[in-house]
Structure formats: structure tokens, C-alpha cells
Design a protein around this ligand. Structure first.
Ligand SMILES: [Zn+2]
Length: 372
């Protein structure tokens, strides 16, 4: 980088000389090329020390990949009408589907995906005409879209809700009931945990190790800790496998669940991507929110004290989409540097992943003690 700039500048200067331009132009050109050389030297020297975090370019590419993946998973559906029956009928936050003749409630398959706020209901013995005779009834205030398709000989009703809800289902001989409860109606506190990258977006790849796998391994350790916890904390995960939710789905899971805290788990590498001595933990926060900054500081303290890593401080993160658009206190933890041999080995070990998860868990409890 440095060398090539110098060469170009020298060639330019000699060309100028041969055509005998004025000395003022020459001086300006020399100053400009000197400036360029100095700038490129500065950039090259600084590069290994600048954490790469996300560059906008990487973010854009990953955004496209995830959106493509999501679009490919979508199936064409036909809209269904909801026959409005709200408070007066005692159906606030409820939908009812009439069971077809001879179909028992136990044969209905329901799948709820809170990341996309989508409930999929497989109901045998239905077609579009069925719903003209027996429309879905209930409270449309909770619903974004209601649609229907037939897949593999099976009728499928798809409900997309306008927020993240906890779904409770029940049935009798006539109806199948869907009750949508807000997370706050079910839990004392709500946390959203995001494992960075996933699927075709590996994040950093160093010495055969993908960042997405380390991020997920830490989150899965954290899931174990939450599951064993006595606290009544509702935890929503953007992913618990090698999927790659879109950035919007990740952040909307926090916004649409009115989460108390939103934590994204990543790992760092130096700007140059080369292995180096740089190591330690950094936490990114939303510089427009004091709550986010204070929470990021809690994460930094709790994680570094649990894993004994170098405290590399807080970093402004408003350039990152999920930080910028989070409506809840957000912290993006860069646990360690994959470009540091020693730290990469640690990050790749189950014990270090477990300790990191413990640090994050401690940060969550401390944040709640401090009034989040
Ligand atoms: Zn990352």
C-alpha cells in the first residue's frame, strides 16, 4: 500500500518535470504526494491496532446474504380475513380456529417462531373455501397478517403477530384457541441474546475457526445457565443453531419483545486481519443512549473479571445497524481477538466459552440489580 503510492507519486512528479510545468505546481504536487505517503504510512502503521468490528461493507454483504436466505424460505400464501371479536366477546389477544368435522385438536400441529413472530398451524381437512364458511375469529389488534396455503396435502394457516408474544394454545371439541401473552405478562424481566453471524456469514475466519461458531458456542453455554437459573427471566435467542437471521429480525426481536436488555456476542480481529499481539475484550454501545453505555460498562467489567481478559474499553457502535436501531439498552460484546493466537485457543475452548457465558449472565443480573 505504502510502496505503490510512493511509486505512483514519483512517476507523476517526473512526468511533470519533463513537461516543465511551473514550480508552484511542482511544489503543490510534491506536498500532496508527501501527504499521501505520510497518510498511507499512518494507515499501515495503525491498521493492526484498529479493531475491525464490522466494517460497513461486511455488514452490507451479510445483510444481503441473510435477506436472500430468508426470502428463499418464504412460501406464497393467500390472505385470510379475521372476523373481529375482541374485548366484548372476551377474546382480547385471542384467535380461534374452528376445527373441521372429524378433526380432533390433538392432531393440529402448531409451530411458533418468535424470531419472525410467525405461528404456523397445520390443520387437516381445510381449504380456502372452508375459511369462507368458518372464518378465523378473534382480536386482530395482535395480528400483522393472517394467511393460508396448502402444503403437502395439508392446510397451513400462518399468523404473523405485530409483537413478540408468548403463545398459549388450548382446544375443545369445536375450536382451537391461540392466546397471545406479552413477554411481560409471563416474565419479570426479558433479555434478548444474539449470537453474531451464522449460516453463509461466518464472520472472521482465523486458522480454520469461524467466528460464528465461537459466538454460538458462548450463547449456547449462556442458554444452559439461564435454563438452570431460578430467576423468572424470559430469554429470547436470535439463533441457537447455524441459521442467519437478518439484522432486522435480530434487532426487532429486542424491540418487539420490549426487552429490558439486548446483548450481541461477537469476536474481534485486527483491521489488517493478520495475527498479532493485540488481545482483550471490547464492548460496543449506542452513544446516543446513556443506558446502553452504562450497561456496556457492566458487561465489560463482568466479562473481563470472569475470564481474566484485558479490558480494552468501550467502543462507540452507532454505525452498527443492530446498535443504531435498538430501542432497548444494547451491548455488543467482542469477547476476544481471533487474530491473537493465545486468545483464539482460549475462545475455542469449552471452558473459556462457559466462563464468558457466566460473565454475561453476571452482567445481566447486575444490570437488573442496578434498575434496568
Ligand atoms: Zn462478529
Amino acid at each position: 500500500m505504502e510502496v505503490s503510492t510512493t511509486e505512483i507519486s514519483t512517476t507523476e512528479i517526473s512526468t511533470e518535470k519533463s513537461t516543465e510545468k511551473s514550480t508552484i505546481e511542482e511544489k503543490t504536487l510534491r506536498l500532496a504526494s508527501l501527504f499521501l505517503v505520510l497518510l498511507s504510512v499512518a494507515v499501515c502503521v495503525m491498521l493492526p491496532y484498529l479493531p475491525s468490528l464490522y466494517t460497513r461493507e461486511v455488514e452490507e454483504r451479510e445483510k444481503r446474504l441473510a435477506e436472500e436466505e430468508f426470502a428463499q424460505s418464504q412460501v406464497a400464501m393467500q390472505d385470510l380475513e379475521i372476523k373481529e371479536q375482541d374485548d366484548a366477546a372476551g377474546m382480547k389477544g385471542q384467535l380461534r380456529i374452528r376445527l373441521p368435522e372429524g378433526v380432533d385438536g390433538s392432531s393440529i400441529e402448531v409451530n411458533s417462531d418468535y424470531v419472525t413472530q410467525t405461528v404456523r398451524v397445520e390443520i387437516p381437512g381445510t381449504d380456502m373455501a372452508y375459511f369462507d364458511s368458518y372464518p378465523v375469529t378473534g382480536d386482530s389488534n395482535y395480528i400483522d397478517t393472517l394467511s393460508y396455503t396448502r402444503q403437502g396435502g395439508e392446510g397451513v394457516v400462518e399468523v404473523v403477530t405485530n409483537q413478540v408474544y408468548e403463545l398459549r394454545t388450548e382446544y375443545d371439541s369445536q375450536y382451537y384457541y391461540f392466546n397471545f401473552l406479552t413477554p411481560q405478562e409471563v416474565y419479570d424481566k426479558v433479555v434478548v441474546i444474539d449470537a453474531g453471524h451464522g449460516g453463509r456469514a461466518p464472520g472472521a475466519t482465523k486458522q480454520g475457526v469461524n467466528e460464528k461458531d465461537i459466538d454460538l458456542a458462548i450463547v449456547l453455554q449462556l442458554q444452559k445457565i439461564f435454563e438452570e437459573s431460578d430467576e423468572n427471566i424470559g430469554v429470547y435467542y436470535t439463533r441457537t443453531d447455524d441459521s442467519n437471521p437478518t439484522f432486522d429480525q435480530r434487532v426487532q426481536l429486542a424491540n418487539k419483545s420490549n426487552a429490558d436488555l439486548f446483548i450481541s456476542v461477537h469476536n474481534n480481529s485486527t483491521g489488517s486481519g493478520r495475527m498479532s499481539g493485540t488481545k482483550g475484550t471490547q464492548v460496543m454501545y449506542d452513544e446516543t443512549s446513556g443506558e446502553s453505555k452504562a450497561f456496556a460498562q457492566i458487561c465489560l467489567e463482568e466479562v473481563t473479571s470472569e475470564i481474566g481478559s484485558v479490558d480494552k474499553g468501550l467502543v462507540e457502535g452507532d454505525e452498527i445497524y443492530i446498535i443504531r436501531t435498538s430501542e432497548v439498552p444494547v451491548a455488543l460484546i467482542e469477547v476476544g481477538f481471533m487474530t491473537n493466537r493465545e486468545e483464539l485457543a482460549l475462545l475455542n475452548s469449552e471452558e473459556y466459552q462457559r466462563q464468558t457465558a457466566q460473565g454475561i449472565y453476571n452482567a445481566v443480573l447486575r444490570a437488573f440489580e442496578e434498575g434496568y
